[in-house]
Design a protein around this ligand. Structure first.
Ligand code: BDR
Ligand code: CA
Length: 312
C-alpha cells in the first residue's frame, strides 16, 4: 500500500481523486491538504471536508494551506467549478475540523515522521504548499518517494495557449517543485484530456448506487455542462484522479524520462511545462523528471498505451 498526501483544491475532479484514493486498497491517505485554486482557500477546504463526510473518511488529518500563489495575484476557475469550487451537489456540513498546524507543516511533519521513501506527494492543484514545504524543511525532499502531480502537459495548455491551470496560476511554485531533486512524474493535459467521463462511464458509476456514486454523478453533471460550455468537450476530462490512478497502478500510463522545466520568463508562454523530447538527448540535458502521456509528441513515438483504468 502506497501512502500518499493528496494536496488539492476541490474541485470536481479533485473530489473524485479523493474518493478514488480513499476507496482503493492499494493507496492510503496519510493526509489531505488544500490550496487555493479552483476557488478560495476557505471554499476548497470546506469542500474537502464535505467530501470526507460523503466518503466516510475518518482518522486522516486535513489541513488548509496557502490562500494565494507565491508571487502572483490569485486566480480562480468559476467557469469550470462554479463560485464555490464544487457547484452542483448539495454539500453536507463537515463532521470534523482541520488540523491547526496548517497544510505546509502537516506535509513536513507527515513526511518526517514516516520512513524515507514511504510518502508519495500527489498534488492536484497549484504547487504553492509543496514549494513552501520544500523550502521550509528541505530534509523532506530526499525522504519523499516521488511527486506524482496533475498539472502541465507536453506542449498543450488550457489556461493559455501553452499552459495548464495548476501550473500557470503559481508558476514560481511549480518551478521550485520541478527543480527539486525528488523524482517527479507529471500527469498533464495530454493524458487527462483522454480520461473522459463518457456517458458509458457515467452509467457505470450510477449503477453502483451508493452515496459516493450518486455524488460523483452530480459532480459530473455540473462538470460536464461547464466543460461543454467553456471548452467544447462533449464529455468532461476528469484530470485529477489520473494521478492517483497512476500511483495505484503505474501500468495505466506510459511515461518517458525527459528534462522538464517550467517557463517563468515567457510573455506568451508563462507557466508552460517544457519537455525536452529530443532524441538522442543533448549531452547537457539532465533527464530527471518523467512525463506521462498517451500521445505522440514531436514525431517521436514515445508512448502509445491508453488509459486502462484512468477513467473514474
Ligand atoms: C486542473 O485544473 C483544475 O481546475 C482541475 O481540478 C485540475 O486539477 C486541470 O487543468
Ligand atoms: Ca485540481
Amino acid at each position: 500500500t502506497r501512502r500518499i498526501i493528496l494536496d488539492c483544491d476541490p474541485g470536481h475532479d479533485d473530489a473524485i481523486a479523493m474518493l478514488l484514493a480513499h476507496g482503493n486498497p492499494d493507496v492510503e491517505l496519510a493526509a489531505v491538504t488544500t490550496v487555493a485554486g479552483n476557488a478560495g482557500i476557505e471554499a476548497v477546504t470546506r469542500n474537502a471536508l464535505a467530501v470526507a463526510r460523503i466518503a466516510g473518511i475518518t482518522g486522516v488529518p486535513f489541513a488548509a494551506g496557502a490562500g494565494r500563489p507565491l508571487v502572483r495575484s490569485v486566480e480562480y476557475a468559476p467557469d469550470i467549478h462554479g463560485d464555490s469550487g464544487l457547484d452542483g451537489p448539495v454539500l453536507p456540513e463537515p463532521t470534523f475540523d482541520v488540523d491547526p498546524r496548517g497544510a505546509v507543516q502537516l506535509i513536513i511533519d507527515t513526511v518526517m515522521a514516516s520512513e524515507p521513501g514511504e510518502i508519495t506527494l500527489v498534488p492536484t492543484g497549484a504547487l504553492t504548499n509543496i514549494a513552501l514545504a520544500a523550502r521550509i524543511e528541505p530534509r523532506i525532499v530526499p525522504r519523499v518517494r516521488e511527486v506524482v502531480l496533475m498539472g502541465g502537459g507536453v506542449h498543450v495548455g488550457n489556461w493559455n495557449a501553452t499552459s495548464e491551470f495548476n501550473i500557470v496560476i503559481d508558476p514560481e511554485a511549480a518551478h521550485i517543485v520541478f527543480n527539486e531533486s525528488w523524482p517527479l512524474t507529471m500527469v498533464g493535459l495530454d493524458v487527462t484530456h483522454q480520461a473522459l467521463a463518457t456517458a458509458e462511464v457515467r452509467e457505470r458509476i450510477a449503477a453502483v448506487g451508493t452515496r459516493p456514486a450518486v455524488f460523483v454523478g452530480e459532480l459530473l453533471d455540473f462538470f460536464g455542462a461547464t466543460y461543454l460550455a467553456s471548452q467544447g468537450f462533449a464529455s468532461p476530462p476528469v484530470h485529477d484522479p489520473v494521478a492517483v490512478a497512476y500511483v495505484i497502478d503505474p501500468s495505466v500510463l506510459e511515461v518517458v524520462k525527459a528534462p522538464l522545466d517550467v517557463e517563468l520568463a515567457g510573455t506568451l508562454t508563462l507557466g508552460m511545462t517544457v519537455a525536452d523530447l529530443r532524441r538522442p538527448a543533448p549531452r547537457t540535458a539532465r533527464p530527471r523528471c518523467r512525463c506521462a502521456s498517451t500521445s505522440v509528441a514531436s514525431g517521436i513515438s514515445w508512448s502509445t498505451r491508453s488509459h486502462r483504468s484512468a477513467t473514474p
